[in-house]
Write a protein that binds this ligand. Sequence first.
Ligand code: IPE
Ligand code: IPE
Ligand code: MG
Length: 225
Amino acid sequence: MSLPNHVAIIMDGNGRWALQRGKSRNYGHQCGLKAIEKIVDYSIKKKISYLTLFTFSSENWKRPKKEVNFLFKLLENYFRKNILKVIRNGIKVKIIGNKFSLPSHLRKTIKIAENKTRKNNKISVQLALNYGSKQEIINSMKIVNKKKQKITLKNIEKNLFTSGFPDTDILIRTGGQKRLSNFLLWQIAYAEIFFIKKMWPDFNNNDFQKILNKFKKIKRNFGKV
Ligand code: IPE
Ligand code: IPE
Ligand code: MG
């Protein structure tokens, strides 16, 4: 069987990982960012064309303000400091989710990152930021309705934030929980799902390769026999 075209990851466990080491949850997020860099590089090496990373859910606003602000600042600083590296590595960045309620300076930074990496073609990386799958589906239906189009698979898909990305082949969730937390509910209809016990900062290329190996051996039926 072939390699996956689109891998999506629920990067869970940063907080627990850090607390287990007597560190702050925010320290865990910093280490989680390093794990992201490694996995993106490895995905390029593996010729995976599309990657979607759950970065901040629409429900994560319920966390302490200090943690929410830290997460936003972390992302903003990353793109400010590393944009040249991101361009050089051929990474096309796309943000999915409700951008409007994000801090304006973060919005500006991600817009610049999206624009500057627009022509990159080694890998497309969607960062799900203030993302909720149910909200995404409602939003799409509202657009279809407004355009007076028919409710069809194609029309709904065209107006999802993920439009332009193929269906998800592999969904990975680290951190030991077996739930979807409102992530890509539509897009994972036929994804192969891997729940991994390791916390996200510990997830490495070897863990990823093991999943890719397992995926290769899976017979995907899509309803056929
Ligand atoms: C990272 O893991 C996911 C984000 C929301 C950034 P968590 O912060 O949820 O870590 P745990 O699950 O509390 O350990
Ligand atoms: C999902 O993790 C969101 C991200 C990885 C960004 P959560 O830690 O927020 O999920 P729940 O609340 O445990 O379901
Ligand atoms: Mg969590």
